[in-house]
Write a new protein. Structure first.
Length: 477
């Protein structure tokens, strides 16, 4: 009898961790310090230094610093409001909560399009970064001559994917333990790189260093740098709600998000930007050895390569939760280990073309930002304005028309149309593929108007299309 009760309790705890059931306060695994380290570990990975280098391609140090602060402050703020607040309050996985804004079918549509391909792209990118960092270590220590697109880069990217899968199979407690080791070490390394930069380059030389590959229009360069960093801040939307639901109180979710994803990100990006401007290369796996010398540079590469594993694990953890919830009964029956393994198939394939996303980093970030900004605008309007932070938890799990979030055949047309129009507004102001812009882009950016258009359209369309639908007239907690 006792063993049976313990088995049931273990099943409930496992479902609370890997499924969509609300997580009770006593079951939450991250306090303020834990979640701060999680966010610092996410922020200070090789990609953060790459963001700084990409910013240096457009603008010099002063404008780059301003673009990073403005872009990340806005992007992270919007992202936290659209993901962390509601998931932490209700202890519910964020894609389950999104049923209230998009309907059951609407969430599935977004998850299997925007979210899936965005997070697969980031996973492939992080795997390739691991591979490039590891091959640079081999070049320095073993005297090999492995190029950035050589087969060993792909093989090591596949190793990173395999290790991340093992970490994922063990769940968020393992991720917490890794971040307690990796994140403090990354913070120390980042401070060390700042010290090295200050000893190698004078402040006047840093300020005078020209951008690496700017466009002829200075105003456009700055606007693009701001927009790029806005996209970086928004890029955390798919994963943060699912991570924040495991925190013990609102303070432990919101402020660590800013500490890590804004504060630590800015520090790492500034290092990447300064190194790129002074050493002439935006790729952190290239400039770390020239900056720190052979052995210190190798140490930094090793540590940062493994930091990418924690970022990769966190990204895939949240995305696979989304797939499980959006996939209904079909994916609910798939074992967690097999679901996460299936997710890695496309990133593993993309790893055979290492430069595909790596060289198109700015385009990838801004394209994903177009849709994430629009989704965020819709979610913020729905949760804070229309629902006043009140969600019917029973309705989130009821089936079919029994749920107030069934809307029209499982799709909230108001939410989906609003998101689509927000993305259209973004691409009209700034087309990430062609770099075509409207004059207003230099002042407004593209992400902020996308958020506003999506939010205002959702408020209007909800009153027109959802009379008597969606539980908007019954805001019970």
């Amino acid at each position: 009898m006792g063993d049976g009760v313990m088995a049931v309790e273990e099943d409930v705890r496992r479902e609370a961790t890997f499924g969509s059931l609300p997580v009770l306060r006593s079951e939450r695994v991250w306090n303020f310090t834990d979640f701060s380290w999680v966010n610092v570990g996410l922020a200070i990975a090789t990609w953060a230094f790459l963001v700084g280098g990409s910013t240096a391609s457009l603008v010099g140090f002063q404008q780059g610093l301003a673009a990073m602060i403005i872009g990340n402050a806005l992007g992270v703020g919007i992202m936290l409001l659209a993901s962390v607040v509601s998931s932490q309050r209700y202890g519910v996985e964020q894609y389950t909560l999104l049923r209230s804004a998009f309907g059951f079918g609407g969430v599935a549509l977004l998850v299997f399009t925007v979210v899936l391909f965005t997070e697969m792209g980031w996973s492939a990118l992080l795997g390739v970064m691991f591979g490039r960092a590891a091959t640079q270590v081999s070049n320095q220590v073993l005297g090999t001559d492995i190029g950035p697109d050589a087969l060993p880069v792909t093989l090591l990217a596949l190793v990173a994917i395999a290790v991340a899968w093992v970490i994922l199979a063990k769940g968020p407690l393992t991720m917490r333990l890794l971040n307690r080791v990796v994140a403090p070490g990354l913070a120390v390394l980042t401070v060390g790189m700042i010290a090295l930069l200050l000893t190698r380059t004078s402040w006047s030389d840093l300020l005078a260093a020209p951008p690496l590959a700017p466009f002829p229009d200075d105003a456009l360069n700055f606007a693009l740098a701001v927009e790029f960093n806005l996209g970086v801040g928004l890029s955390w939307w798919p994963v943060m709600g699912s991570l924040a639901r495991l925190t013990d109180r609102p303070r432990s979710a919101l402020w660590p998000g800013y500490i890590g994803l804004f504060g630590a990100t800015i520090v790492a990006q500034v290092v990447g930007m300064a190194a790129a401007l002074t050493l002439g290369d935006s790729d952190p796996t290239v400039w770390m050895v020239p900056l720190g010398g052979k052995w210190l540079g190798v140490l930094a590469l090793v540590f940062i390569a493994f930091a990418n594993l924690t970022s990769l694990s966190s990204i895939v953890y949240s995305t696979c939760l989304a797939l499980r919830q959006a996939g209904g009964n079909l994916l609910a029956k798939v074992r967690w280990e097999w679901l996460t393994a299936g997710f890695f198939v496309l990133p593993a394939v993309v790893s055979f073309w290492p430069s595909l996303l790596y060289d198109g980093f700015l385009v990838f970030v801004t394209w994903s930002g177009a849709f994430l900004a629009a989704i965020s605008g819709t979610v913020i309007a729905d949760y804070f304005v229309l629902r006043r932070q009140r969600i019917d938890l029973r309705g989130l799990y009821a089936h079919g028309a029994a749920s107030p979030y069934h809307f029209t055949g499982g799709f909230n047309l108001a939410g989906l149309i609003s998101t689509g129009l927000g993305a259209v507004a973004y691409v009209w102001l700034y087309n990430p593929q062609t770099l075509a812009t409207e004059p207003a882009f230099a002042v407004l950016t593209a992400s902020v108007p996308a958020v506003v258009v999506a939010a205002l359209t959702h408020l209007l369309l909800t009153r027109v299309l959802n009379r008597g639908r969606g539980g908007y007239d019954d805001r019970r907690a």
